[in-house]
Design a protein around this ligand. Structure first.
Ligand code: PFF
Length: 434
């Protein structure tokens, strides 16, 4: 449940729909699902397994495991890179988390009532166009995240997740119910599920793969931390499959809620990061009880963002505590400050720096590309190689403890050959090598 709470976040409800919109719909969805099944699940099993065996933070676990398997201490790099990736991701994740806070206020004060598609775009444009509003909500989001981390009260939040995440799911279903009344529900479904590769490119492929890593929180070692709490006797395979199915289910349902609203209001499916903030308010603004449901929706989305944020920063915090001799409070303050400052780059990417582009990409675009499309897949390949090739078969077999011999063989093939080769091909293709 805790790992599902960390996996389900803005990635599912904010990022998946807008990436799907930009990359033309169904083909992206299909490739995404394939990536989750063929790469995501075996890699999640590998990360959980390494975590359970290493039983420490990612960096220290990798050190122990490398020694145990006579491998180079260089493998610790997986932990370091993952720790850095977590902070980089959180710096922008927090800005989007800030949008969620802003939208709680908008919803609770009635800004959505009777809103049209155009009205929603204007509302978002004004909101995001003001750099100081961006900085304010980003700051609040970071303060609360770091407060929870500093106090070490994550377990309380994790307990709450057990009923808050199903509640978020119910609200998504209410949105799907609204989407059904727009008259464009079938159009939305067709967009999502009838394969059409006309808008699909090498970059789309890389993005779909990166999103699979991002959404499942893979390739940076966080799942190892969860793995270190998994007791012996719990099936790593079924747990991993369950997390992947729940995570993908939430993303697909978010898509089913959003695209009918996009088409019904003549909005642009490829609008980008603003997509859910231009569609969901229309739905809540035009349904009865929308003010209550809308506020609740953004509150729950915020909670989902917090649980993910904590697992993004926790590796950096534990690193400071274990390797740099800091107290938890000090570690939270320093890592939080650095991440907060970096977040300004993203907060300004949507207003005063929106025209500051390198290779036609804003600061936010670069940060997102670097982390989701490069760092996480590279981390994933390294983890796959370590788990598949450097760990002995006896060890991985004993750790995974699968009842089916065939299941273990499938995992072996996926983790040793398919994952490293497929990820490498997609990466090389995207940078134009072939
Ligand atoms: N999986 C989270 C989401 O979909 O929003 C993002 C994330 C959280 C990625 C934690 C990585 C991580 F370690």
């Amino acid at each position: 449940m805790a790992a599902t709470g960390a996996a389900v976040g803005l990635g599912n409800i904010w990022k998946f729909p807008y990436l799907t919109g930009i990359h033309g719909g169904s083909a992206f969805v299909l490739v995404y699902i394939l990536c989750v099944a063929a790469l995501g699940i075996p890699m999640m099993m590998a990360e959980v397994m390494l975590g359970r065996r290493g039983r420490q933070t990612p960096i220290n676990s990798m050190r122990t495991l490398a020694a145990e398997n006579n491998a180079s201490q260089g493998w610790q790099l997986i932990g370091w890179a993952g720790t850095l990736a977590g902070m980089l991701i959180l710096s922008y994740y927090s800005v989007i988390g800030g949008w969620t806070i802003g939208y709680i206020v908008h919803s609770a004060t009635g800004s959505f009532s009777g809103l049209s598609g155009d009205g929603a775009s204007t509302l978002f444009g004004e909101f995001v166009g003001n750099p100081w509003i961006q900085v304010t909500w980003h700051t609040l989001f970071m303060i609360i995240t770091m407060y929870i981390v500093a106090r070490g009260v994550q377990s309380g939040l994790e307990k709450a997740v057990v009923f808050l995440m199903p509640a978020l799911f119910v609200l998504l279903l209410i949105l799907v119910g609204y989407a059904m009344t727009t008259g464009y529900f079938m159009k939305g479904l067709t967009f999502l599920f009838t394969p059409d590769f006309s808008h699909f490119s090498g970059t789309s492929m890389l993005t779909a793969m990166g999103q699979a890593f991002f959404s499942l929180s893979l390739g940076m070692g966080t799942i190892m931390i969860y793995g270190s709490y998994v007791p012996k006797g719990t099936s790593i395979a079924s747990t991993s499959i369950m997390i992947a199915v729940a995570d993908t289910g939430v993303a697909l349902i978010a898509g089913m809620a959003i695209f009918p609203i996009v088409f019904a209001n003549a909005l642009e499916p490829g609008a980008g990061p603003s997509l859910i903030f231009e569609t969901i308010p229309v739905a809540f603004g035009n349904m009865s009880g929308g003010m209550l449901f809308g506020t609740l929706f953004f509150v729950l989305l915020l909670v989902a963002a917090w649980t993910s944020s904590i697992s993004l920063i926790e590796p950096a915090v534990t690193l400071m505590i274990e390797n740099f001799n800091m107290t938890r409070k000090q570690a939270a303050v320093w890592t939080g400050l650095a991440t907060w400052l970096l977040g300004f780059g993203t907060a300004f990417s949507f207003n005063i720096w929106s025209e500051v582009k390198v290779f036609d990409m804003t600061f936010f675009d670069h940060l997102d590309f670097l982390t989701s499309n490069l760092m996480l897949p590279l981390g994933g390949i390294s983890i796959a190689i370590f788990a598949g090739w450097l760990m002995t078969k006896e060890t991985s077999k004993a750790e995974l403890d699968m009842n089916s011999e065939v299941g273990y063989s499938i995992w072996q093939v996926l983790i040793r050959y398919i994952a490293p080769i497929a990820v490498s091909i997609v990466l090389l293709h995207a940078i134009g090598i072939f």
